[in-house]
Design a binder for this molecule. Structure first.
Ligand code: AMP
Ligand code: ZN
Length: 515
């Protein structure tokens, strides 16, 4: 079997050449990544609250975190990535207002909260897989850490917290420079101060929420502050410390977390560690995916989930590509036209790479190149690597490496990859090896996807692929026999069934099913 490696050396070497610069929301500037532990990268990503399906905006946060992880791996760091699953504690408002999201959904569906968590965690994992997001080293489940959260809270309670009727609260005036991370550093919290009777400062937040007298919650634990549940922010401080040690390298999340959740995590970290450090060296935030018609609201009937994209005939990796086309710090506006454009671009890349694979296979079968093409990283000789760098690919590989190292400029990196696909008259094995290496950073599965994989049958389709192919063959025969009335009738029938007939499509994509 011919292998196009899991880790080719060409762009890896190029990547090593450029220092990795990342934007730190805390210092508000680009910083060179220097790991806390030599040769390692430890990353924590705030995961979903599993009370409902994730929308595609949520998934943008994980495509971003995954891309960061892939870049760190390719820079040669041993990556430990943690993503948590929030199955307790998150209220409908990120501050301490509203109802518990999990309890609310469980009540609405008349199901156990544990079943709700299980169902939506699996749905989230399905989306993770569909978007080619790599498995982190740990999925940390918040409810597994409640005893650790209670111990943690005990250790900060005396110096940093105060008790109210409704639970234990963190006094934000007890730590240095509270809220330094947040941009909207206003008295926005004013609205929140009334929510909880007796709070000392607007920004103070719950460490422990006591179950109100006379109420029972499905999820509650005994604690020194009464039966109840942990405040939402506590879990991430506890789990990141437990799994990554403190300080660790990078903490990620969506931009909304920069305002409340992460400042509160930082305050807890400072209290627990007894120092002014934030706990993570770099705090990174992806900007939002926005959609103006409200379809991303989880309360809208048909809200924008990965499965909805698939149901409409889009390959999920078209959405990944759409995310990567924008810089993670820019807002990205969702539209079906934009997704369609990304899908066409993905198809073009897949077809380009598959042409190269066919050509390579032909060379192998004609014994022009050896079957065991030595494209595995450790088998490359210095001469070969230097050869790649002095090859027509060299400049583009360096551009790719520089783009990726420049705060993950995936938009430029994609164009570099396309340039490599389009190169002619170069060693096709080198070309495929370079593409495999680039794709390992972008996660588009270009070396394995086939034309067939990209043909996603829309759920509402009323015609099968076999029927389409048969109709197209009949149409071809009718045309050959100059029976244009018949060929037009076949075409009209296909159109009526949602099939776009694409005569002369340069990619050889003869038809498209669009319903
Ligand atoms: P949640 O399940 O609400 O905790 O959100 C999961 C992740 O999605 C968090 O990192 C959020 O910051 C992020 N997020 C929420 N909405 C969007 C959006 N529209 N675009 C990008 N990220 C989002
Ligand atoms: Zn978190």
């Amino acid at each position: 079997m011919t292998r196009f490696l899991t880790s080719a050396p060409i762009s890896s070497i190029a990547l090593q050449m450029s220092e990795l610069k990342l934007f730190n929301s805390l210092t508000r500037q680009l910083e060179t990544f220097t790991p806390v532990h030599e040769g390692e990268a430890r990353v924590y990503t705030c995961g979903p609250t599993v009370y409902n399906y994730p929308h595609i905006g949520n998934m943008r946060a994980y495509v971003f975190a995954d891309t960061l992880g892939r870049v760190l791996s390719y820079k040669g760091y041993r990556l430990t990535h943690v993503i948590n699953i929030t199955d307790v504690g998150h209220l409908t408002d990120d501050a301490d207002a509203g109802e518990d999201k999990m309890e609310k959904m469980a009540a609405e569906k008349a199901q156990s909260i544990w079943d709700i968590a299980k169902h939506y965690t699996q749905a989230y994992w399905d989306d993770i897989k569909a978007l080619s997001i790599r498995q982190p080293a740990h999925w940390s489940i918040a409810t597994d850490y409640v005893p650790a959260m209670i111990d943690y809270a005990k250790s900060i309670a005396e110096k940093h917290c105060y008790k109210l009727e409704s639970g234990l609260y963190f006094d934000t005036s007890t730590v240095a420079n509270y809220g330094a991370l947040a941009r909207a550093k206003t008295e926005e919290g004013e609205g929140r101060i009334d929510e909880v009777e007796g709070k000392r400062h607007a920004a103070d937040f719950a460490i422990w929420r006591k179950t109100p007298a006379g109420e029972t919650r499905q999820m509650e634990w005994d604690s020194p502050w009464g039966k109840g549940a942990p405040g939402w922010h506590l879990e991430c401080s506890v789990m990141s410390k437990a799994l990554l040690g403190m300080p660790f390298d990078i903490h990620t999340g969506g931009i909304d977390h920069r305002e409340i959740h992460h400042p509160n995590e930082i305050a807890q970290n400072q209290a627990h560690e007894g120092c002014a450090d934030s706990g993570a060296r770099i705090w990174m935030h992806n900007n939002f995916l926005i959609e103006r018609s409200g379809k991303m609201s989880k309360s809208s009937g048909e809200f924008l989930r990965v499965q909805l994209l698939i149901d409409k005939g889009f390959h999920p990796l078209a959405y990944r590509l759409m995310c990567l086309q924008a810089h993670y710090r820019s807002e990205l506006e969702f539209s079906w036209e934009g997704l369609q454009a990304a899908f066409v671009r993905l198809k073009r890349m897949v077809m380009g790479v598959s042409t190269l694979r066919t050509r390579h296979a032909e060379l192998v079968s004609a014994s022009i190149v050896p079957n065991e093409q030595t494209v595995e990283a450790d088998k490359w000789t210095l001469k070969q690597v230097q050869g790649a760098f002095s090859s027509p690919m060299a400049g583009t590989l360096k551009d790719f490496a520089a783009a990726i190292a420049d705060d993950l400029n995936t938009a430029i990196a994609i164009t570099a990859l396309e340039d490599i696909v389009g190169l002619k008259k170069i060693d096709v094995a080198h070309q495929l090896a370079a593409l495999a290496d680039m794709d390992a950073v972008l996660g588009l599965n270009l070396l394995t996807l086939t034309r067939q994989d990209l043909r996603i049958r829309p759920k509402a389709a009323i015609i099968t692929e076999a029927e389409i192919e048969a109709a197209l063959t009949a149409r071809k025969e009718a045309r050959a026999a100059k029976d244009f009335a018949k060929s037009d009738a076949i075409r009209d029938d296909l159109i009526a069934k949602g099939v776009e007939v694409m005569d002369g499509d340069p990619l050889g994509w003869d038809w498209n099913l669009d319903v």
